[in-house]
Design a protein around this ligand. Sequence first.
Ligand SMILES: O=C(O)CCC(=O)C(=O)O
Length: 252
Amino acid sequence: MLTAKQESYFETFGFLVMRRYFSPDKMKTITRQFDSVLTKDRSGVPFNREEQLVTTIVEQSQFFTQLVESDHIYKVIEQLMPGEFIWSGSEGNLTVHSEHRWHADRQGVAEVDYIRIKVMIYLDPVAKEQGCLRVIPGSHRLPLHTDLQPLIAQKADSCPQTFGVSGADLPCFPLESQPGDVIFFNHCLWHGMFGGWEGRRYLALKFAAKPTTEAHMASLRRWSPYALEPNPAFVNSDRPRIKSMVYVPFDR
Ligand SMILES: O=C(O)CCC(=O)C(=O)O
């Protein structure tokens, strides 16, 4: 599904944007399903400008589970991960914050050789100054990855004190997107968001290479313990692709 050039792009820069990946009709359904799960999670109460995160949006929705096992997602992850991979959870996000300061979801020298991928589906148009994901290309790799380490505190003055510019002015690549575009990025890539508004929505799907070492296990325990305790909806699934992603301990 991906070309060799797209694979090289992802490996080198740490992200890939698939433009118009889902049709307008498909996006309408994705948005309707997203709103429905989040409204149910609020017990039907209208959005009241409070941040909302549903960490099992995929697991509790047959529609989103099918999306994950579709070629559009599953086959691409299969191509971007060097071997087998496991499911590492989902997020339905309705945000109100205006910025998410620079960080890498998995940060540190010990992390960069263990590949994990996050898929971002923004449900609203987002732009550089209006809530899009900004990335620092190539920062999933050493030495750039650790050169940015002072920013991990994510304080208002982390960026000015380290580089003399505000977080919003740090050199970056803004992944402006329209509904239908889909972003795949390496969890070790440094990223941030500025210009967010109340009611910004995105779906995140997370995958990790199958852990094969104690270092991988330690990393999963630290950053994503939920990946090691798969949701019953996935454990009991009879769908081959879903079953293939359920974490099974080494010694079984
Ligand atoms: O709010 C956003 O769009 C960025 C989210 C983010 O930084 C993250 O999921 O780690």
